[in-house]
Write a protein that binds this ligand. Structure first.
Ligand code: PLP
Length: 296
């Protein structure tokens, strides 16, 4: 599958005094379900699982996790069995994300928060599956294979002429891939969607080919923390859609574009900066919002 077939680069119409250009790499268009960066992060894990002749993929995530639904759909496309270990008690009504994961054939197991934290596989799973048939993908796809897939984000489109690349940052896997794949002198900026998650810098460094690579993390736009939001964010996302016809999600890319606009307004970028913003997908997360919040 050519992951870039459906993606494209949109130039934003902004009226900026410093002749800045802003392009958005639309990875949200790559695939309707396995959208954005998740398909890239999963690619080498699934390749390795196939090489090792593993039949069952086990991975971890929360009830609204883009990684969970992406894993379910990707496994289903590749004819592999998938098991999702979900943080917390089983809810009476499944979230949209989990219902879609189940529709894609994923078997769901709910794990209390403490066991989840320690990533202990439930006994039921250990009894059900042979140890040597299972392949475990870490939560959020964090790890060298995930990073390697994220490198490919910059590999195929012509991105070397950008001076700045900006992306949302959760586990930091994608950012590590972008840093590794960046052209010399390119500035990579990560907008953390977790509150004061300063340890992500070390997580990112652990995945870098050159540990002294430069990159910037911005912790000013988490809107209170992971999946937290407020009215200001929704107003911005709607406005951004009206202006640019680009939908965003409230967990990652809404915060990214909000940050980008503020940084532009605060003259953060130098004269003639050529900025590439990565639209990393995640639009399915908006299904968990009440109707009417977003106009797209
Ligand atoms: C998972 C995700 C991210 C964060 O990627 P990390 O590699 O975990 O930092 C960013 N944007 C979207 C839409 C995502 O789903």
């Amino acid at each position: 599958m050519n992951l870039f077939q459906k993606s494209r680069v949109d130039r934003l119409q902004i009226d900026h005094k410093f002749h800045t250009t802003v392009d958005v790499l639309r990875l949200d268009l790559v695939h309707p379900v396995v959208s954005g960066n998740k398909i890239f992060k999963l690619k080498y894990y699934l390749e390795e699982a196939t090489l090792q002749k593993k039949k069952t993929i086990i991975t971890f995530g929360g009830a609204y996790s883009n990684h969970i639904i992406a894993s379910a759909a990707a496994c289903s496309m590749q004819g592999m069995r998938s098991v999702g270990i979900i943080r917390g008690e089983e809810p009476k009504k499944l979230s949209h994300t989990l219902a879609a994961a189940r529709e894609n054939g994923m078997e769901l197991f709910f794990l209390g928060r403490k066991d989840y934290l320690n990533k202990i596989l439930p006994q039921e799973i250990l009894e059900k599956y042979e140890k040597d048939e299972i392949y475990i993908i870490p939560e959020g796809g964090f790890g060298p294979n995930g990073m390697k897939g994220a490198q490919d984000i910059l590999a195929e489109t012509k991105t070397s002429s950008y001076t700045h690349i900006i992306a949302a940052c959760g586990t930091g896997t994608m950012l590590a891939g972008l840093i590794n794949a960046a052209a010399p002198g390119q500035h990579i900026i990560g907008v953390s969607v977790l509150k004061n998650n300063f340890s992500v810098e070390d997580d990112i460094r652990s995945l870098l080919q050159n540990p002294s690579s430069q990159f910037k993390l911005n912790f000013d736009y988490s809107f209170g923390g992971y999946a937290k939001s407020n009215q200001q964010l929704f107003i911005f996302m709607n406005e951004f859609y009206r202006k640019h016809r680009i939908p965003s999600d409230f967990v990652y890319t809404g915060k990214l574009f909000f940050a980008l606009e503020e940084l532009l307004n605060n003259d953060y970028f130098p004269n003639h900066a050529r900025i590439l913003a990565i639209h990393s997908g995640g639009l399915q997360g908006n299904f968990s919002l009440e109707k009417g919040k977003l106009i797209f």
